[in-house]
Design a protein around this ligand. Structure first.
Ligand code: FAD
Ligand code: NAG
Ligand code: NAG
Ligand code: NAG
Ligand code: NAG
Ligand code: NAG
Ligand code: NAG
Ligand code: NAG
Ligand code: NAG
Ligand code: NAG
Ligand code: NAG
Length: 500
């Protein structure tokens, strides 16, 4: 029965009558299969292809062989079967904001299953929200508030998709109080690598429920999330302080950071209602965050936080409504932008709670930022450091027994980022500068095991490095064993896939 066809027409006949033998002509070309099954898709011959294949990260313009735009779970099941028969890899895409363009597969030639049409939203009497896998964070936040005065902890940019965000952590300024977005998932509707459509929870396909929360793209296409929501606070305190002079003095920057670290660990002033971090670039050093409480109760906290630091050259401390705070954090609007891009490279570092940064490490870090970072060929870089741990943190009350997510003991999470204008080919100097930010922070603490944050996915890591930094050996071994059962053909794949 194994015949050699060269034309697409001949393959159509084969595909409809044979399932056990995959003909060589089917390899890499799933369009006939999709057409036969009535699955909506776009490929490079369509006018919309350029638009639909544009990455968020312009540095990584991978070209999928086909972009599937399902409107039903059956379409997704059929698409997965077509990919399997064609021998091509599958990548799910929600908001498309992966730093590594993994929503496009992280390579040329994948099938992208774009879940943008899954936009269901409802809140039931138990305050569980059903959220379609393609919804953006800004849309979700507005619906949660407007339809139930509810909220979830999540990141700051309105355009981020819930599909990638919730399944790889999901940190925002309410995460010390409420935990990660991921922690609020109580069930999911998903299509598995064999095409089966399931609802998974702690009691239904529990191993898959576990794996999807941390490694979703290798185990299923999530079409709906069910989240246990939180009551939205009526107001929160939003604060931001510009600390002058620190961009020009290693000594001052180091002593300010060491004070902020002591403060962050000081349980007489810090509880889970406080979230804060630093933002540093060539021209500015900011301390900013959200406090869930009143201005009066924040007062002694900010006094201790800023004690001994140079007086802020600019400051904002205001009590504002929940959705106004989310809008300020986005910087523009809660309505997701339609055409948002950057040309960039980013990495992250998680600093374990048991080994806070030493003064030598911090000195080394600011020496690098202030000296090397002054060089114009390093791009428009920034360092964002946020407090994940510290007294009361609800992120760190869980372990890898809860979900396939390992960052449960970080004090700080650093994000290192450099970008260039869209029309500039990203230079090696900027790429190396970002790599150097990680090295500068880590090199004076050789006995500390630093990690990385899954939602700031770093495409420069080898598969082995990614597995170690994102999961660690125990969790990785568990995921690998499950992958061999659920996806023995490694259909759900990107360059850092479980089993890669
Ligand atoms: C401007 C900006 C700001 C950010 N701010 C924050 C922040 O404050 N806090 C934070 O935690 N993170 C933040 N991030 C990181 C963000 O959380 C991640 O990039 C996130 O994974 C993007 O999700 P997405 O659905 O938009 O991306 P996609 O590229 O669509 O997906 C990301 C990954 O998830 C997989 N995936 C997507 N949808 C599904 C699905 N339905 N089923 C299975 N797998 C799926 C994809 O295959 C891919 O591997 C920010 C990113 C950007 C670009
Ligand atoms: C793209 O899809 C069309 C049908 O819509 C099909 O005729 C064509 O062969 C496909 N092209 C590729 C490169 O797969
Ligand atoms: C894609 O098309 C939409 C709708 O026409 C448009 O708003 C958007 O800007 C386009 N995106 C890109 C990347 O061209
Ligand atoms: C992906 O395809 C594009 C367009 O065909 C090509 O320019 C690029 O070099 C390819 N990338 C890789 C990594 O093969
Ligand atoms: C430091 O920041 C100040 C204020 O933004 C700015 O005027 C100055 O140029 C910056 N210094 C350097 C070395 O970039
Ligand atoms: C902390 O936040 C919670 C949730 O909004 C609120 O109930 C509590 O009163 C806050 N605690 C303080 C000390 O303000
Ligand atoms: C903790 O905060 C209290 C209250 O401001 C302060 O008195 C104390 O010195 C702080 N402790 C440390 C170790 O910084
Ligand atoms: C903020 O600025 C105002 C006005 O310039 C000043 O009175 C106040 O002391 C400042 N607060 C802090 C915390 O620096
Ligand atoms: C990129 O665009 C900017 C503004 O549009 C222009 O000034 C610059 O010359 C362009 N650079 C390149 C390398 O094309
Ligand atoms: C790291 O650990 C080794 C072995 O315990 C020890 O000899 C060394 O001094 C440690 N280095 C640092 C910087 O703490
Ligand atoms: C599909 O995979 C799931 C998970 O491995 C399994 O429980 C189910 O029986 C499989 N379905 C079929 C039809 O093989």
């Amino acid at each position: 029965m194994r015949l050699s066809f060269t034309s697409g027409l001949a393959f159509t006949l084969l595909a409809s009558s044979v399932t056990l033998v995959v003909d060589a002509s089917a390899q890499g070309c799933p369009s006939d299969c999709l057409t036969t099954k009535g699955v909506p898709y776009v490929n490079s011959t369509d006018a919309q292809y350029a638009n639909l294949s544009a990455p968020f990260n312009l540095r990584l313009p991978y070209k999928p062989v086909v972009i599937v735009l399902p409107t039903t779970p059956q379409h997704v099941s059929d698409a997965v079967v077509c990919a399997s028969e064609s021998g091509i890899k599958v990548a799910s895409r929600s908001g498309g904001h992966s730093y590594a363009a993994f929503g496009l597969g992280g390579q040329n030639g994948s099938m992208v299953i774009d879940v943008r049409n899954f936009q269901d939203f409802s809140i039931d009497s138990n305050q569980v929200a059903k959220v379609g896998g393609g919804m953006r964070l800004g849309t979700m936040a507005q619906k949660l508030f407007n339809e139930g005065t509810r909220a979830l902890p999540h990141g700051t940019c309105s355009g981020i998709g819930i599909g990638g965000h919730a399944t790889h952590g999901g940190y925002g300024y309410s995460s010390r109080l409420w935990g990660l977005t991921l922690d609020h998932i109580i069930a999911m509707d998903a299509v598995l690598p064999n095409g089966t459509y399931i609802t998974t929870s702690m009691t239904s396909y529990p191993e898959i429920f576990y794996a999807l929360r941390g490694a979703a793209e290798f185990f299923g296409v999530v079409l709906n999330f069910y989240f246990q929501t939180e009551p939205a606070p009526s107001d929160v305190v939003w604060f931001t302080y510009t600390i002058p002079g620190l961009n020009e003095s290693v000594e001052k920057a180091t002593s300010a950071f060491i004070h902020l670290q002591d403060f962050a660990r000081n349980s007489s002033v810090v509880d889970e209602n406080l979230s804060f971090g630093t933002y540093v670039d060539r021209g500015v050093f900011l301390v900013r965050g959200i406090y869930t409480g009143t201005l009066a109760s924040f007062d002694p906290i900010v006094t201790e936080m800023l004690r001994g630091l140079p007086s802020p050259s600019q400051n904002t401390t205001e009590s504002i409504a929940w959705l106004d705070a989310l809008t300020i954090l986005d910087g523009t609007s809660l309505n997701p932008p339609v055409n948002e891009h950057d040309n960039f490279f980013a990495k992250s570092v998680t600093v374990p709670e048991i080994s806070p940064l030493t003064e030598d490490a911090v000195t080394n870090y600011f020496t690098y930022l202030i000296n090397e970072g002054a060089n114009p060929d390093t791009g428009s870089w920034f360092s964002i450091c946020n407090l994940y741990g510290g007294p009361g943190s609800q992120i760190n009350t869980k372990t890898i027994d809860f979900a396939a997510y390992s960052d449960r003991d970080a004090l700080w999470v650093f994000q290192h980022y450099s970008s260039e204008p869209a029309n500039v080919s990203f230079p090696a100097t900027a790429f190396n500068f970002v790599q150097g930010m990680n090295t500068a922070l880590e090199q004076d603490m050789p006995n500390t095991t630093f990690g990385a944050y899954l939602n700031y996915i770093d495409p420069s890591l080898t598969p082995a490095e990614a597995h170690e930094e994102y999961y660690g050996s125990t969790l990785y071994a568990k995921l690998l064993a499950l992958k061999e059962v659920v996806d023995p053909g490694n259909i759900f794949w990107n360059p850092q896939a479980i089993g890669a």
